[in-house]
Design a protein around this ligand. Structure first.
Ligand code: NZQ
Ligand code: ZN
Length: 380
């Protein structure tokens, strides 16, 4: 294993009725700004629970952080927070609200335009933030990352700041999610694990088994999570799987990839396609294009997750990649760019962007513009 430092300070508060603990979890003297998305929290009763828990406390609200949070909206939240001298942020929503709030938490202590911080990539002077999670997918509730968009230039970049102080995970909040969001959340969770697992084999048995445990769980619960009635145990496993897939736990001492995510972010920036939906397409292209580089891990994954152990190694890898694509289709997601009306013009633009910024993504730092083109062409 490689050297590493693991320090995840987020307190996880899990289960039914836990939103009521908010008042105890946030220090009494704080001037709070609560941030929300477009309104789902009002429709499903989460808003009511939050304001009830914080009755008598000093708070203001900011509504309207959109899916794929934009700097344009976040600038307004930062201005409001500065005006009210906010010193604690509570994000109520999915990854987008939490990510956006991470940028607000840095922007409140920065004098310039917060987009500078996104371009810088990180900023560690932050106002404390916490979350009430209502959509399981990104792990943002227990990591330090955020992904921020700039709509006017169709850009979308990762930014790192601080971990939430605490996050409340009540699986009942997920009952109101549309099926497509759950499908995208399951796909995002699955691909987060693959980004940290589908690399060089033999680095850590322990990390492999933890990663495989999450993959198995997601595959097992997917049909029930997408079923007609919402089941508490299923939603609990879904919610915790998403958190554990990206809270630094399964990456200790091992290499990571993330090329699929970097290409997926471009598809969202250019087409507005939901994050998990971009991954359900791109991952297949990544596996097909980099199958030689990922040969050993593809065999291990095929055998342990999909029970594929017969035939030549190349046949087993063919079936493993096909089985993976089938899984995403079983969630009701597209697995080809053409199904989303995306073609050559977008591939050319992503190739141009990667070349212009000189990036080399992926475990082997070989996903540049030309390789991104090959990956995208492999999922047309
Ligand atoms: O805005 P509202 O009205 O709240 O509706 C949201 C939104 O439209 C809705 N929703 C959330 N909770 C709901 C609900 N609807 C009904 N019932 C509920 N309980 O769901 C929609 C999507 O929400 P969003 O927060 O955008 O989804 P998700 O959690 O998938 O977040 C996606 C964003 O996170 C970034 C993605 O790039 C994308 O911008 N990511 C963040 C990461 C991180 N911080 O570590 C890593 C990920 O790889 C990802 O890139
Ligand atoms: Zn993701």
């Amino acid at each position: 294993m490689n050297n590493f430092i693991y320090h995840n300070p987020t307190e996880l508060v899990f289960g039914k009725g836990q939103i009521a603990r908010l008042s105890k979890l946030i220090p009494a003297d704080k001037r709070i700004m609560i941030t929300f998305g477009g309104g789902s929290a009002k429709r499903n009763g989460v808003y009511e629970q939050v304001v009830k828990a914080l009755e008598g406390r000093d708070f203001i609200e900011f509504w309207g952080i959109e899916a794929n949070p934009s700097i344009e909206t976040l600038r307004k939240a930062i201005a409001l927070g500065k005006e009210h001298k906010v010193d604690f942020l509570l994000a109520v929503g999915g990854g987008s609200v939490i990510d956006g709030t991470k940028l607000i938490s840095a922007g409140l202590l920065y004098d310039g335009d917060a987009w500078d911080l996104v371009l810088k990539g990180s900023y560690d002077r932050t106002v404390p933030l916490a979350s009430v999670l209502t959509m399981a997918a990104t792990g943002s509730e227990m990591n330090s990352g955020a992904v921020i968009s700039r709509y006017e230039t169709q850009e979308k970049y990762a930014f790192y700041s601080n971990y939430p102080v605490f996050s409340i995970l009540d699986p009942e909040t997920l009952y109101s999610l549309p099926k497509r969001q759950i499908a995208c959340g399951l796909a995002d969770t699955f691909v987060h694990v693959l980004e940290q697992y589908m690399t060089t084999p033999g680095q850590s048995r322990l990390m492999d088994r933890w990663a495989e445990g999450i993959l198995h769980t997601v595959v097992e619960i997917a049909p029930k999570a997408l079923g007609e009635t919402r089941d508490y145990e299923t939603m609990s496993e879904y919610m915790l799987s998403a958190t554990l897939a990206l809270n630094d736990m399964i990456r200790m001492g091992v290499t990571q990839d993330w090329a699929t995510h970097m290409i997926g972010h471009e598809l969202t920036a250019l087409h507005g396609l939901t994050h998990g939906a971009t991954l359900a397409i791109v991952i297949n292209g990544t596996l097909r294009t980099l199958r030689d580089q990922k040969h050993g891990k593809l065999l291990q994954y095929g055998e342990r997750i999909w029970g594929i152990s017969e035939g030549s190694e190349e046949e087993r890898i063919d079936r493993t990649i096909a089985r993976t694509e089938e899984f995403f289709r079983s969630l009701g997601l597209s697995t080809h760019l053409s199904e989303e009306g995306i073609g050559e013009a977008t591939i050319a633009e992503i190739e141009r962007r990667f070349n212009a910024s000189g990036v080399h993504h992926g475990e082997a730092a070989n996903v540049d513009g030309a390789m991104a083109r090959r990956i995208l062409e492999a999922c047309l």
